[in-house]
Design a protein around this ligand. Structure first.
Ligand SMILES: Cc1ncc(COP(=O)(O)O)c(C=O)c1O
Length: 315
């Protein structure tokens, strides 16, 4: 499922649209978010369109393009000298209450999941009300997963579907607190200290109490968790690019997990599998360099073109 084509190029537009619509209805002046970049870009755009002010706090590791998006849409961007959000989450919450900003963090702001649960609606409809066997989701704090599960359960209780997909929550190997808790049979994830990874959008080292809901949803769905390496993510980015989808690492990680689970025999080749591709490659050009060859600098004449194409394309 391709989220790279959403208005600001990531999954976050689903939740932001509801979040900002409610903020406007309630007469809120300023909305705020702490983010690895995509939610910041999305909130900036929707707030601007709604005539609200936006403050976004991002760690230093945030790709420039996501910061550029937030700035372009007029948000006040606070780039915090920290590697991960866990280092300044409390500060962010303190600022929201001190300055009266509407906290737009998923799991705190109840309206966001109402937007993201549309995954369940869209997938059920696309599969003619017989949802896929697996729904594989990149996971940071796990809000999207909690929301999708809420949507599927609502459809189930309404009798619109008779079964739900198995949910797979995927985090990068170097920052996989929730995956670790799942494997250890724990009910809540403990904080971890993250390693170096190109999957910056999913860098959540302390998922907090919300992880209990994530783990519960995955287990209730009979799903699982996975944690591909950066190299596996790069291979998945290449595979997606071949299919015409330009993804950031955090988006491609679902496909990397699908390959791993298939080779481990957890997913059967006959299963119907949906991988959620959550963010565009345009948002993280530095990471995208990992899948690129170099352009061939060529003189503007046929001879040079002929020389350049040798060994690449047939005459
Ligand atoms: C590219 C990308 N994918 C997935 C997510 C999922 O986030 P969450 O698990 O908090 O819903 C994020 C969040 O920042 C993201 O930027």
């Amino acid at each position: 499922k391709d989220e790279t084509v959403n208005p600001t190029g990531s999954l976050k537009d689903r939740s932001t649209s509801v979040n900002v619509s409610v903020a406007r209805e309630l007469g809120v002046g300023t909305v705020a978010i702490i983010s690895t970049g995509n939610a910041a870009a999305s909130l900036a755009a929707y707030a601007s369109r709604a005539g609200l002010k936006a403050v976004v706090m991002v760690p230093e590791t945030t790709p420039d393009a996501k910061i550029a998006q937030a700035l372009a849409h007029g948000a006040l961007v606070l780039k915090i000298r920290a590697r991960s959000m866990a280092e300044f989450f409390e500060l962010y919450e303190e600022a929201c209450s001190k300055f009266g900003w509407m906290n737009s963090v998923g799991g705190v702001n109840p309206y966001r999941n109402e937007g993201k649960k549309t995954y369940a609606y869209e997938l059920s409809e696309a599969f003619e009300w017989d949802p896929p066997d697996w729904f594989i989701m990149p996971m940071a704090g796990g809000n999207a997963l909690i929301a999708a599960w809420k949507g599927f359960k609502e459809l189930l209780s309404l009798g619109l579907i008779s079964r739900t997909p198995k949910l797979v929550g995927v985090q990068p190997k170097e920052c996989a607190a929730t995956v670790k808790a799942f494997r250890e049979g724990k009910e809540v994830a403990s904080p971890i200290s993250p390693g170096k990874t190109i999957v910056t959008s999913l860098l959540v080292s302390n998922p907090g109490p919300k992880s209990a809901l994530v783990l519960k949803a995955i287990r209730e769905s009979n799903g699982t968790c996975d944690d591909p390496s950066d190299d596996e993510v790069i291979e998945a980015m290449k595979l997606l690019a071949k299919e015409g989808v330009f993804s950031e690492p955090g988006g491609a990680i679902s496909l990397a997990a699908a390959k791993r689970l298939l080779s481990q025999g957890i997913i059967d080749p006959s299963d119907r599998v949906v991988c959620l591709v959550t963010g565009s490659g345009f948002k993280d050009m530095k990471s995208v360099e990992n899948i690129l060859t170099k352009p061939i600098l060529t003189e503007p004449n046929l001879e040079s073109i002929e020389k350049a194409i040798r060994g690449h394309v047939c005459p």
